[in-house]
Write a protein that binds this ligand. Structure first.
Ligand SMILES: Cc1cc2nc3c(=O)[nH]c(=O)nc-3n(C[C@H](O)[C@H](O)[C@H](O)COP(=O)(O)O)c2cc1C
Length: 371
């Protein structure tokens, strides 16, 4: 048995060889070189474009296309337009207070920012316009359901769509809206939870990959993509056994040669243990999993006084940038999943090759086995 496109619905739909997706990871890890290398190797590379300007996105798409003619995806955060969030006034007030609370962290990291950022995020609408204009092969998204007009336009242009769910309820909403495939993101996953607004300020639903994938697979008809803690052939075979038709790996590609992650972040991933990551809301205002650092510890007691995403994300950006510039891991946000210790340094194509081989080995070993 092997991991190939022949009988896989996801591969047929997305026109790829292996049902392996390299997750879009906003913040610079997913360079055009990484995306293209994964797609060239037969997987689906994804550009994490959530923090990029429209100009940066179109330049990156051009670069990916200069390196490969295989399908690739671009991932965006679905957010209200800047200044138009549902509780804008309240968030502004919280942001003013948070700015004062963060002064000691700016001091410690030598962050010279005179005033809080006026704009908290890029415009999702403007980013999306680039994807449509460029007719990217795949539009992948997280944080909410793409609106009907966007999905209709994608269908018209031949753009495949992927949404992200962290609960069965979210998966149902995505299928109802008409996405082509759904990521079931378990709580082991590195980076931000894709949880829709409304859930993100309270206790987040933290359903593990093992529990989430079969429950979503039982409900929806579109292909399910398992994500969270999958690092090798064992994880991929397990995800397939749970009913997933594809897998999405983020942390597994963070430390690879083509990844644009900061050198300090790569080393922290490779040095991680099972207990190294924690879930935090205080860095960005939205729950995310990362390697425990002083930044996460020092922000935690302030949590109830900090605004939501994207305000808090913008407020801590200067601090994180100063720390990254100084190569100081203590005040960086180094997103990573619970199985980070299984990450590899090798090139992306080699990782894909190894994942395919390992999965084949596991599936062969298990075939014919009985309880
Ligand atoms: C550094 C990092 C950044 C991430 N950024 C994004 C993002 O921009 N958009 C997105 O949909 N998911 C993002 N994720 C989550 C991934 O899509 C995926 O759910 C996760 O990596 C799966 O778990 P794993 O890291 O254990 O493989 C990010 C994950 C990491 C580790």
């Amino acid at each position: 048995m092997n991991l190939s496109s022949r009988s896989n619905r996801f591969c047929t739909l997305f026109q790829i060889r292996y049902p392996l997706i390299q997750a879009g990871m906003a913040g610079g890890s997913t360079t055009p070189a990484l995306v293209a290398a994964v797609s060239e190797a037969g997987g689906l590379g994804t550009l994490g474009a959530g923090y990029m300007t429209p100009e940066q996105i179109s330049a990156a798409i051009r670069e990916i296309r200069s390196r490969t003619d295989r399908p690739f995806a671009v991932n965006l955060f679905i957010l209200p337009e800047p200044g138009q969030g549902p509780h804008e006034q309240e968030q502004r007030q919280k942001a003013d207070e948070a700015w004062r609370l963060l002064a000691p962290l700016r001091e410690k990291t030598g962050t010279r920012e005179e005033r809080p950022p006026a704009v908290w995020s890029e415009s999702y609408r403007e980013q999306l316009a680039v994807l449509l204009e460029e007719r990217v092969p795949v539009f992948s998204s997280t944080f909410d359901v793409p609106d009907a007009a966007t999905l209709a336009e994608c269908a018209r242009l031949g753009i495949r769509t992927i949404g992200t769910a962290t609960t069965v309820r979210e998966a149902a909403a995505l299928e109802e809206a008409g996405v082509d495939a759904i990521v079931a993101q378990g709580s082991e996953a590195g980076g931000h939870r894709g949880t829709f607004p409304g859930d993100s300020d309270g206790e987040p639903p933290l359903i593990g990959t093992m529990a989430l994938v079969p429950q979503i697979a039982d409900l929806v008809r579109v292909p399910v993509i398992a994500a969270g803690g999958i690092m090798d052939g064992r994880g991929i075979a397990a995800a397939l056994a749970l009913g997933a038709e594809a897998v999405q790996l983020g942390t597994a590609f963070l430390a690879c040669a083509e990844s644009g992650a900061h050198a300090v972040h790569k080393e922290a991933v490779l040095a991680a243990r099972d207990e190294s990551t924690v879930l935090t809301r205080s860095v960005s205002g939205k729950h995310a999993r990362g390697i425990r650092t002083a930044l996460l510890d020092e922000l935690r007691p302030l949590d109830s006084r900090l605004p939501s995403y994207p305000a808090q994300n913008a407020l801590t950006q200067g601090i994180r940038r100063s720390a990254a510039k100084a190569g100081n891991p203590a005040y960086m946000a180094m997103w990573a999943g619970q199985a980070a210790s299984l990450a590899r340094r090798s090139g992306a194509a080699q990782i894909i090759e190894e994942l395919v081989r390992e999965t084949g080995e596991v599936l062969n070993r298990l075939s014919g086995q009985k309880l």
